[in-house]
Design a protein around this ligand. Structure first.
Ligand code: ZN
Length: 287
């Protein structure tokens, strides 16, 4: 049976059902048709013109991305409208676009979970649990987080107390050597707020824009919150509450999901023979 875009969507939604996505989000198949046969798939964090060009070069029929395009309603399909250029280019090149965003964040493929494993967090739990549902009970593949739960971020304990400065240095070193990323990325843009001597035991991690989780992480007693896009006021609130913040930048905090998606899709029997790759051009826009 030929692999179609619809089948790939089904496989992703087994782990990250669309109904988990936030109301404001825009997930699922955004461009293309479920019946289109697929031979090659490109995985990326963002849909950019460069990523679409790469997909074309690769001969992909589908881009699987974390961030949605057409996030705000489009009022025209003019080629001089930057927001319309992406869907127009996808249509021109007959490439489908599938986005798994806040539903993927809450799944067993989330970057927060992967980063927590690299840190060796013990007793890891979800930072913000969402109501349980039966589909997750059936599909949950993570032994680290209780079955029947889904949600954003993780929180857990280091196996030993560590000073912030030392821990952060070791963590970045582990990150650069880990297999969390499909390829080596420039670690530019990583920031740390907190005293180097601060003692760290409990760590919360939220991939992507994690500022809104500062109160939750403080409430749960985290000594350090590792996230992607911590804004100025969130950092001040964290420090005021006695919690340090490590900001990996949005891209690096979420790129482990590309690798998780790659591993998941390449291990699927029904996709054997399909060529899948993680984008080589998609990276942090910061230099
Ligand atoms: Zn994101």
């Amino acid at each position: 049976m030929a692999v179609t875009i619809g089948l790939v969507a089904q496989l992703i939604e087994k782990l990250a059902p669309k109904f988990w996505a936030e109301e404001w989000d825009n997930v699922g198949l955004l461009v293309g048709a479920g019946s289109t046969p697929v031979k090659r798939i490109l995985i990326a964090l963002d849909g950019t013109l460069e990523v679409i060009a790469e997909a074309k070069e690769f001969g992909a029929q589908l881009i699987v991305a974390h961030h949605p395009i057409m996030f705000r309603p489009l009022k025209n399909l003019r080629s001089d409208n930057p927001a319309a250029r992406l869907p127009l280019s996808l249509l021109d090149n007959q490439i489908g676009y599938y986005a798994a965003h806040t539903n993927l964040d809450q799944s067993s493929l989330s970057s927060s979970l992967s980063l927590g494993k690299i840190l060796g967090l013990q007793e890891m739990k979800l930072l913000e649990e969402q109501p349980a549902d039966n589909s997750f009970n059936r599909q949950c593949q993570s032994a680290d987080v209780n079955e029947g739960t889904r949600g954003y971020g993780v929180i857990g304990y280091l196996d030993h107390k560590a000073r912030l400065g030392t821990l952060w240095g070791q963590f970045l070193d582990q990150l650069s050597k880990s297999k969390l990323y499909a390829r080596p990325y420039d670690l530019t843009g990583i920031r740390l707020a907190g005293a180097a001597e601060k003692e760290i035991r409990k760590v919360a991690i939220v991939n992507g824009s994690g500022s809104r989780f500062v109160p939750k992480a403080l409430f749960k007693g985290a000594d350090l919150l590792i996230t992607g896009d911590a804004d100025h006021h969130a950092v001040l609130d964290a420090l005021e509450g006695g919690m340090a913040i490590g900001d990996l930048g949005h891209f690096l905090s979420e790129a482990p999901m590309l690798q998780s998606l790659y591993q998941y899709l390449t291990s699927e029997k029904s996709l054997q023979g399909i060529e899948i790759k993680v984008s080589e051009v998609n990276s942090s826009p910061w230099q």
